[in-house]
Design a protein around this ligand. Structure first.
Ligand code: CMC
Length: 426
């Protein structure tokens, strides 16, 4: 393939370099286009636009491949731990034993929140959606940790990264407890990351939480599956917010707000609601017809990048079976509906032609419900796990010498210039 691409318009010709990454399609570098040809490019939804250079995550959507720093997601989900994946995403390499011990210690010893922070939760209505609490509470971290908001200081960037990874489970568990009307449970440093989170969610004063290695492992794996996913909507939001120099806590709050939407992280809650609405295998044909009539979408299906089976969905499906077997819900009617719906959709030309496959959210709702979480918590768990991806991408952006404030342009289609008319003559 050529090393340059040429655009000719109105007598001006601009030759632009073609950049190549380690993998993925070549990228035409259009940076000089406006200066030299006085034209913009138009790409709503960024379907053909690379917004940055990144060394963190690679997706081949046609082949169904997801790599973090080069390592396949299946291997990380099977053999690694969430904290090790956090280190990998943040630092670029897997840690040796001493590096991991230090990292583990740094995260564990940042899990507590400032005592005054708890007052924020009480300001929310009791029926507040936990994601509403997350957006507010995580942004409020910037009001407490002034010693790690200077984005120009590499040490402060690392401390804020550690704080966010460490404190997200504590905040998420508090959002859950507040929603449930139960007292907050403080973190315990002798427990693993996933164990500590489950205990903060499910322990009550009358009864401590009993660890279950199968469920803890499943929680850890679910965190790994959601840890990062390249330049998706919420990650791009974090990068855009950070491009102005905003502090990391504010940027992550922006990412959480974006994640909440049903086309992104909110899809796991919607997917479970959809399975419950279908209710039985007999109703699947009628529901699928409604999708084809474009009355609604099949939630947990389809992806902007994957035009093949989402590799995370495969691991999630296996985890779902393991968790349901452990808690004795193998006969969960929603699992039956999900498996049959998947079968029907994968053989129906409507879905096949559009390359619609299950994504990570298709089985995550059933799994999280079996772990004891209500649907309102699903996106919160996604946010908790994605925090390391967001902060790694934010750090990479700040450290990129080519970094500029993000400022897209537009095609203006509004009114042409006109004169102001006083109200009495309108
Ligand atoms: N159900 C039915 N039809 C669909 C679906 C679906 N879930 N997704 C896409 N389509 C159809 C769509 O109608 C269109 O058909 P046509 O060409 O005939 O008009 C075609 O497929 C392409 O759709 P699109 O909207 O142009 O695709 P997109 O890349 O903009 O959307 C998506 C990607 C994830 C927003 C979409 O597939 C969707 O809404 N899925 C359901 C929500 C969901 O599960 N989201 C979670 C994504 S994975 C986790 C995450 O990243 O947060």
């Amino acid at each position: 393939m050529s090393n340059t691409a040429t655009v000719s318009i109105d007598g001006k010709t601009v030759e632009m370099p073609v950049l190549r990454g380690v993998d993925g399609p070549p990228v035409i570098d259009i940076r000089k286009l406006y200066a030299e040809a006085d034209v913009f490019t138009y790409d709503p939804g960024f379907t053909s636009t690379a917004s940055c250079e990144s060394k963190i995550t690679f997706i081949d959507g046609d082949k169904g491949v997801l790599l973090h720093r080069g390592y396949p997601i299946e291997q990380l989900a099977e053999q690694s731990s969430f904290l090790e994946v956090c280190y990998l995403l943040l630092h670029g390499e897997l840690p040796n034993a001493a590096e991991f011990e230090e990292f583990d210690h740094n995260i564990t010893y940042h899990t507590m929140l400032h005592e005054q922070f708890d007052r924020f939760f009480n300001g929310f209505r009791r029926d507040a959606h936990p994601m509403a609490i997350m957006v507010g509470a995580v942004g409020a971290l910037s009001a407490f940790y002034h010693d790690s908001t200077n984005v120009d200081d590499p040490a402060q960037r690392m401390i804020s990264s550690h704080r966010l990874i460490a404190k997200m489970p504590t905040i998420a568990a508090r959002a859950f407890k507040y929603f449930r009307g139960q007292p907050f449970v403080h973190p315990r440093n002798d427990l693993s990351y996933a164990e500590n989170f489950l205990r903060m969610c499910f322990s009550v004063p009358a009864e401590d939480w009993k660890p279950n290695p199968v469920l803890t492992k499943a929680m850890d794996r679910i965190f790994i599956l959601h840890a990062d996913h390249e330049q998706n909507a919420s990650t791009s939001t974090v990068r855009l917010a950070g491009s102005s120099g905003a502090n990391p806590f504010a940027c992550i709050a922006a990412g959480i707000a974006c994640l909440w939407g049903p086309s992104h992280g909110g899809a796991n809650e919607e997917a479970l609601n959809m399975l419950a609405e279908i209710g039985s295998v007999e109703r699947i044909p009628e529901y699928v017809q409604g999708v084809k009539d474009r009355r609604y979408r099949l939630m947990g299906f389809g992806h902007r990048v994957y035009k093949n089976y989402d590799p995370r969905a495969k691991v999630m499906q296996q985890t779902c079976h393991e968790v349901l077997a452990e808690v004795g819900h193998q006969d969960d009617p929603l699992l039956k509906v999900a498996m049959e719906l998947e079968k029907v959709a994968l053989s129906d030309p409507y879905f096949v032609e559009r390359k619609l496959y299950p994504n990570v959210d298709f089985y995550s709702g059933i799994t999280l419900r079996a772990l004891g979480f209500p649907a309102e918590m699903f996106t919160v768990l996604f946010a908790l796990a994605r925090t390391v991806g967001w902060i790694s991408q934010w750090k990479e952006m700040i450290e990129d010498p080519l970094q500029k404030i993000g400022r897209p342009r537009q095609i203006y289609t509004g009114a042409p210039p006109r004169d102001y008319v006083p109200v009495e003559t309108r």
